[in-house]
Design a protein around this ligand. Sequence first.
Ligand SMILES: *Cc1c(COP(=O)(O)O)cnc(C)c1O
Length: 394
Amino acid sequence: MPQETPDALEGTREGTAERSEPGAGPTQPALATLAVTAGRPAPGPDAPLNPQIVLTSTYHAGGPVGYGRHGNPTWSALESAVAALEHGSALAFASGMAAIAAVLETVPVGAVVLAPTHAYSGTRALLGELAGSGRIRLREVDVSDPDALAGAVPGVELVWLESPTNPMLTVVDLPRAIAHAHRAGARVAVDNTFATPMVQRPLELGADLVVHSATKYLSGHSDAVLGVTVAARPEQTERLAGIRALRGAVPGPVESWLVLRGLRTLHLRVAAASANAAELAGRLSGHPAVTRVRYPGLPGDPGHARAAAQMSGFGAIVAFEVSGGAAAADRVCAGTRLWVAATSLGGVESTLERRRRWAAESPEVPEGLIRLSVGVEDVEDLWADLDGALRATS
Ligand SMILES: *Cc1c(COP(=O)(O)O)cnc(C)c1O
């Protein structure tokens, strides 16, 4: 079981050390360096190292911004840091859902959106609502099956992907899915919340748009709600900025600053949490109370080979099922002391949740599935607590 740990760590190190080829233009700093350096104010004597939290609704006339719904220097600092990490142009939004809604707003009225049969429940609920009102037409397919995706993509305007998926940890073959979509003339948006740019950069794999719930890993401390879009082409960002301004889905300057502060340690947090997740996934696989573990870092996971090919680590979300279904899973979630029973994910603290407790969750998700967001605590303390709760219920 502990054999997954070196892999996950190694992968993350490789990812953070990635550079452009020598001779292929100016050398790009590694992602770890960008996480620390991007989005800083210009240097100068007594210039602050950190961006200011600019609290203003209005600006003196004569500039390009003018009003607080159109722009803010603290948003810009965060946006330039996220843009550097994802290799595109970024925009900050009031929440992950506001970012997702803005991308869906770029779809013409009545056009077809192809979406996964299971994905983040909020995304699915919004797609369902837009389809119900006739705003879009929705086609759902198992996007982890490249043949099914290829068959469903003709006539589609936008393909929505999530990989690994929330909460089933299904891995989509992103290069193949994106190639099928582009051949059919469709744009591709990827929700990269689970992987983070430290282990997966969908724009490099050909995607047109990336979205994040920055509430999760980018912030990393469970203290802010915020979203981002990152676009391969600047004109897409201009369009999204127009949508953000008119719909008013703007982030708070304080939240923007908190997310940028969190981003400074993204590489460290993701590496430490992923190593913990790999270790716990291995131990859970051998636990008598556990019937199935879903984690792309496990060699036996159906998404392992794909994940190893397109990611430089496996992330820190693990899902598992317990024998005894919903009731047993609820008892496990109520029985931990260190693990916090809570929704949300991606913070330094470990949380767990039975996802089907939400009515909006996909019926494809097993009733007894528990999603772990593995944090950066000591792994033996995490294991002792989880193992204790599992033993007490079985
Ligand atoms: C949480 C989450 C969202 C929604 O983000 P909010 O910041 O809560 O609006 C979108 N996608 C995924 C994968 C998420 O986990």
